[in-house]
Design a protein around this ligand. Structure first.
Ligand code: SAM
Ligand code: SF4
Length: 347
């Protein structure tokens, strides 16, 4: 049974007790981490201009976490109170054993929210199988609703089939269907009307993500980054309402409107206080723990995933690392940490 978090009634103590009961992963800034983002591959078939403009380039290190290693990782994190998992990448669905991985995780009752982020290229044919496997939330990246622009951004002329995949995901009962849109100056920052038309009759949440600088994309970032403030201003002017944030909610700010089936969210990593809402830890496709997307260290865990007897040591290592989680990233100062692009770490 899902425990309902205390409401935003200013009862800070109740909220803290709730957090601590739900997860043992709490850092020194009193942030709790019930949410794990697990990258299962760094490979991707798309070549999004801001992520992998030349497509995925083989490194010879394509030895991604195996199913038995993922299972042990899961055991440890579940013991530590994690109840939300997102599979990401690279393109997670490119793995031949994606459905098997989904079934293995989907069997675990402790996981209440089981999500994945995808470019959607296999969604139309597989939405039902994946929903049946236990996945209940899906984020699909669509950076433009204009087919030509979509093609230019991703390198693939597949918007139509991806949109059909979204329809299928809704039809087969995914509980939350979100559309990720990376905001790009002069490219898609004038498309709010098109996205609003889309959410008018479609029960999806469109989430604008401000473009983030990575180790690889400085020139691109300088050219295309734009703050999402103008999106917020336009939404408020048109009668959209900013939702009250619940404890444990992630860093997105969400807006709703009674005339629309869907909603709009804004993820603004450069905004003040963005990191105070941090509720997630990350595992890279080669099994490193990352405390922050833009951190300077990856803590190797793979050697502790080789047999079941290592679970207690693994749990201790993970818990101890939380003492080193910084209060925020240093993106505003241009410090992107060791992350080269999001496909390697898992966005
Ligand atoms: N391949 C899948 C996809 O694109 O949905 C999952 C991995 S992708 C790295 C996860 C998310 O990160 C996508 O929504 C993508 O648009 C976003 N992303 C990638 N690079 C980014 C950047 N530099 N700034 C902001 N978002 C980015
Ligand atoms: Fe691939 Fe996702 Fe990166 Fe696009 S954003 S290149 S789909 S990993």
């Amino acid at each position: 049974m899902e425990i309902t978090p205390p409401g935003c009634d200013g009862n800070v103590m109740a909220s803290r007790i709730w957090k601590r009961e739900r997860t043992m992963l709490v850092d020194k800034f009193d942030r709790s981490f019930p949410y794990l983002r697990l990258s299962i591959t760094a490979i991707c078939n798309f070549s999004c201009t801001y992520c992998l403009p030349n497509g995925y380039q083989k490194t010879g290190q394509e030895h991604f976490l195996r199913q038995d290693e993922i299972s042990r990782l899961l055991d440890a994190f579940i013991d530590l109170g994690v109840w939300k998992i997102r599979l990401t990448g690279g393109e997670p669905t490119i793995r031949k054993d994606f459905t098997e991985i989904a079934r293995m995780i989907g069997k675990r009752d402790e996981i209440k929210t089981f999500a994945f982020t995808t470019n959607g290229y296999r969604l139309k044919e597989n939405a039902k199988v994946w929903r049946d496997a236990g996945l209940n939330n899906v984020n699909i990246s669509i950076d433009s609703l204009n087919a030509k622009k979509f093609h230019e951004i991703t390198g693939h002329n597949r918007m139509k089939e991806i949109r059909e995949g979204i329809e299928e995901a809704i039809k087969v009962g995914f509980e939350n269907v979100k559309i990720n849109v990376v905001l790009l100056k002069g490219v898609n920052d004038g498309e709010l009307d098109q996205y609003l038309d889309y959410v008018k009759g479609t029960p999806v949440s469109v989430r604008y993500i401000e473009l983030m600088q990575t180790g690889d994309n400085l020139t691109y970032f300088n050219k295309y980054h734009r703050s999402a403030d103008h999106i917020k201003d336009q939404l408020l002017k048109r009668g959209w309402v900013e939702n009250i944030r619940t404890p444990g909610a992630g860093p997105a700010v969400n807006f709703t409107h009674s005339d629309y089936s869907g909603s709009i969210g804004i993820i603004a990593p450069y905004s003040k206080d963005f990191c105070t809402g941090c509720n997630r830890l990350r595992i890279t496709s080669s099994g490193d723990l990352r405390l922050c997307l833009f951190g300077n260290v990856g803590i190797p865990l793979r050697h502790l995933l080789q047999n079941d007897d290592q679970k207690e040591t693994l749990k201790k290592v993970i818990s101890k690392q939380l003492d080193y989680k910084a209060s925020s990233h240093f993106l505003a100062a241009g410090d992107t940490g060791i992350m080269t692009n999001l496909s390697s770490t898992g966005g």
